[in-house]
Design a binder for this molecule. Structure first.
Ligand code: ARG
Length: 270
């Protein structure tokens, strides 16, 4: 009960903060979508196409006890998943599941693992302040292949123009409904200058990386949070926030995985 009340209070607080900021990064963890145009449960992938989960076996989704998919994640070790802090902050491990190998949410394909531990970056407060990374420990080792994290020598993957793959089961338009199937899209990484122009001081280049076309149209959206942004065979980003979804001039914002390589690796190997 007390936990439910605390969750409710934080959800309301976060939604208010989002409305004030005019951002749509919030909706994880089953929060009610904030009203338009401040953003909402943004669409999963916007402008994407179906992805075969066997080609992206490390792409997982997070579900609650009712099997509702609320975020994405990436399998980085047999029993470890990287996701966004805003997806799992305040959640209990016992109410969180990781589903691997289920391209169609309405099927029972794949494996469902329980979560035994949730590590949220200790400096995380809200997505727009950075540190939007978390590591889940699973109750079993999954046999699916894992995706390596971008590390200290992968700076080139963050160059403007790098084609990155984004994946998720989120909504297909801002305020739309979530996708039944895993979707994917390709978006170019933007320069720090471009992202800073869009988001001002909310864009922290050491903590975030942006991707999207100047004209918009292709993006992650609500429900995609925590899921992978991949380039060069590495996890370079975790879906974090944006203003609406796929809007011209407002690229998607992703946690800059390389910046958290040391702390994430420590959690993954602990
Ligand atoms: N915060 C959203 C979520 O929790 C992801 C939003 C991504 N937005 C964007 N425009 N790329 O699912």
């Amino acid at each position: 009960m007390a936990e439910t009340l605390r969750r409710l209070i934080r959800v309301v607080f976060v939604a208010l903060a989002a409305a004030l900021l005019g951002l749509s990064n919030l909706s994880a963890a089953g929060a009610a979508p904030p009203p338009e145009p401040s953003g909402d449960a943004s669409p999963m992938i916007v402008g994407g196409t179906r992805a075969n989960v066997n080609e992206y076996p490390w792409t997982v989704f997070l579900a609650n006890s009712s099997n509702f998919q609320f975020c994405g994640g990436t399998l980085v070790k047999a029993n470890k998943v990287v996701t966004a802090a805003h997806c799992v902050s305040g959640r209990s491990p016992s109410s969180t599941r990781v589903v691997q190998g289920r391209e169609d949410k309405q099927s029972s394909a794949g494996v469902v693992a329980n979560v035994t531990k949730i590590w949220v970056h200790p400096s995380y407060s809200t997505a727009t302040r950075g540190y939007d990374v978390a590591v889940l420990t699973l109750d079993r080792n999954l046999t699916a292949s894992t995706l390596p994290l971008a590390g200290p020598s992968d700076g080139a993957l963050y160059a403007a123009g790098t084609q990155a793959t984004i994946l998720g089961w989120g909504t297909t338009s801002s305020g739309g409904s979530a996708s039944r199937y895993l979707l994917k899209a390709t978006v170019p990484v933007t320069s720090d200058a471009t992202c800073g122009k869009a988001y001002g001081s909310s864009y922290i280049s050491s903590a975030m990386v942006c991707a999207g076309y100047p004209q918009g149209g292709v993006d992650t959206c609500q429900g995609d949070s925590g899921g992978p942004m991949v380039a060069g065979g590495k996890l370079i980003g975790a879906t974090s926030w944006g203003r609406g979804c796929a809007q011209a001039g407002y690229p998607g914002v992703y946690a800059r995985v390389m910046s958290y390589h040391t702390v994430l690796t420590q959690q993954i190997n602990s």
